[in-house]
Write a protein that binds this ligand. Structure first.
Ligand SMILES: [Zn+2]
Length: 426
């Protein structure tokens, strides 16, 4: 990688076309070695981080990843400024946060019946109708599937309770509330026990997973309201702004990529014929990758919401995170690149949760252009490229697939299978 261009913070660097090519070849190779990513990173979040993540989650209304949102709050002496970034267009997220802040500023927490959580939930199920309906439809199918595999009266009773509570219900807000309460119900433990006894029966896993997804909206609303009541500084006057559309890198390679060649370049000294233990298991999986397979021809690289937001903030002079907590909220756990990129980012951000799957079209934000085809990005890009090289080397050395799907925590609901160790109440 080429030299640093910023004198003051050592936070920026210039990169050449070769640096970009090397990075994307490594990323492509990594996506073949670890198509499902490596082990998720699930640092325990502070209540403030959970609040930021929940605010971002309420902005994420669409299926398909375009509305994945990131959010940070800038503190001024007299006001707070909410910055929003999305994978796709971000105007809708701005409308949601503006509306939500309006409701919260008028809110008077009471000990008795509080209508605000339900009002927010009703608004959310309208905005997220397609997602809620999709989860509900799949839940009904999973309950039917579990019936066909049920062997005992206890399981049948459990399914009938689900059917009564959720399956025959058309009130989407009510379904989400009941799904949320499931987390604290003895039914949750009973399903975990069933999954532990019958790890091959996928229908029960799906039921638990989808209940977690449906309950994610009431959960996010509860976290935001609790935080709003607990942190008076949030009640300052506030403004909301979306970051400008981020400029992404452009891959310039033509033709196919020979992954065996990339592997040899990444790990010099590796036996090219696979005669050593390290390369024997991986070489058969390496084949030439055509440009259309990694999306070159059809779609451009994109800067994911959380990385784009961090890169935008680095360009704001004297940016002060609210309360001095250097944290960015994200609606979902991060991908492999975003996770490392944020962890190494010159902003010095708090670690974020990550599912760690690799996306070959990931890009940092381009922060400037120099002559001779050189571009300016943050130094985190160089660290990420080196980390890719190290992870490829480690994976080849270990010679295993390095993952246990059963112990994974779901990226949206935080719920694990029965073999997981995390609490659903986190
Ligand atoms: Zn990402």
């Amino acid at each position: 990688m080429a030299g640093v261009t910023s004198d003051d913070h050592m936070s920026l660097m210039s990169i050449t076309r070769d640096d970009v090519r090397t990075f994307y070849e490594r990323l492509l190779l990594w996506s073949v070695i670890r198509p499902n990513g490596c082990q998720p990173s699930m640092p325990v979040r502070s209540s403030w981080q959970r609040c930021l993540d929940s605010l971002a989650f309420l902005c994420d209304t669409q299926t398909g990843g375009k509305s994945v949102s990131a959010l940070a709050i800038q503190e001024y002496p007299d006001r707070l400024h909410y910055w929003i970034a999305c994978n796709g267009p971000s105007n809708r997220a701005k409308v949601i946060i503006t509306w939500l802040l309006g409701e919260l500023h008028l809110w008077q927490p009471t000990d008795g019946h509080d209508p605000l959580p339900k009002r927010i939930l009703l608004e959310m199920v309208v905005l997220c109708r397609a997602r809620v309906l999709d989860y509900h439809r799949r839940l009904k199918l999973s309950i039917s599937g579990a019936y066909s595999q049920t062997s005992g009266p206890k399981e049948s009773c459990l399914l009938i309770r689900f059917l009564d509570a959720l399956s025959k219900n058309d009130d989407l807000a009510d379904i989400c509330e009941k799904a949320f309460l499931f987390r604290f119900d003895t039914m949750n433990q009973r399903i975990k026990d069933i999954i532990a006894q019958k790890p091959d029966v996928k229908a029960w896993r799906r039921i638990r997973h989808l209940l977690g997804r449906l309950g994610a909206w009431p959960r996010a609303i509860e976290i935001v309201l609790r935080c709003w009541a607990g942190f008076p500084i949030l009640r300052r006057k506030s403004t909301v702004e979306c970051i400008p559309d981020p400029q992404a890198l452009v891959r310039t390679r033509d033709g196919e990529v020979n992954l065996a060649r990339v592997l040899r370049e990444t790990i010099p000294g590796l036996d090219p014929n696979g005669n050593d233990l390290q390369s024997r298991h991986i070489l058969p999986r390496l084949r030439p990758i055509q440009p259309e397979e990694s999306g070159d021809a059809s779609s451009p690289l994109t800067a994911h919401a959380e990385s784009a937001l961090a890169d935008h903030i680095i360009g704001i002079e004297n940016f002060q995170f609210l309360g001095g907590v250097r944290s960015v909220g994200v609606s979902k756990p991060s991908c492999y690149c975003c996770h490392i990129y944020l962890a190494c980012h010159p902003l010095g951000l708090t670690p974020h949760q990550a599912h760690n799957k690799p996306y070959v079209k990931w890009s940092p934000m381009v922060l400037g252009e120099l002559g001779d085809d050189e571009l300016v990005v943050t130094t985190a890009f160089g660290i990420l490229s080196e980390r890719l090289r190290e992870d490829i080397q480690q994976a080849i050395r270990d010679g295993d697939d390095g993952e246990d799907q059963n112990s994974r925590r779901d990226s949206v609901t935080d719920m694990t299978s029965s073999r997981g160790t995390y609490s659903v109440r986190e």
